[in-house]
Write a protein that binds this ligand. Structure first.
Ligand code: CMP
Length: 143
């Protein structure tokens, strides 16, 4: 089953949007298999965002993601990586369509509410960075 890593960013945690965001993915039919409220260390932030290391906004990206608690999650389901990104909307919330998470709740590219893995490879890498294997659950088959 395909898995993805999603993270409610500090801005959205502070605004009380965790429940709303979880509800959207549950309603869509995906399964939550791991979740934790945590503070991201500078080291973890730098590893997570290593592909953006050379970007001018890298320091503020690390500063922002470490600025307060995040809600890290692993979700599974059919095509969950691509579908979650559609549900999140474009990176810049000002360009994100209404009805998407960023379109409905975001205003600023740095404070764009949620992160989601963009490929199978990044999902595997990001899940491993944030979760130990025994922190993920398996759903029993319904009887
Ligand atoms: P995310 O999906 O977490 O992956 C990289 C992040 O970089 C992205 O969301 C944005 O929050 C952030 N980002 C992209 N462009 C800029 C920018 N110009 N200034 C600040 N942050 C940015």
């Amino acid at each position: 089953m395909e898995k993805t890593f999603l993270m409610v960013k500090p801005d959205a945690v502070q605004r009380g949007l965790i429940g709303e965001i979880i509800s959207r993915f549950e309603a869509k039919g995906f399964q939550l298999i791991g979740a934790k409220l945590m503070t991201v260390s500078e080291e973890l932030a730098e590893s997570h965002y290593e592909e953006h290391k050379e970007r001018p906004f890298f320091p503020e990206l690390v500063q922002f993601i470490t600025s307060g608690p995040v809600f890290a999650m692993v979700w599974q389901g059919e095509q969950v990586i691509a579908t979650a990104r559609l549900m999140m909307g474009t990176t810049n919330p000002q360009e994100a369509a209404s009805g998407t998470i960023r379109g409905d709740y975001g205003l600023i590219v740095r404070k764009n509410i949620i992160h989601g893995s963009d490929s199978v490879q990044s999902a595997e890498r990001e899940i491993k960075l944030f979760f130990k294997e025994d922190e993920l659950v398996e759903y029993s088959k319904l009887i």
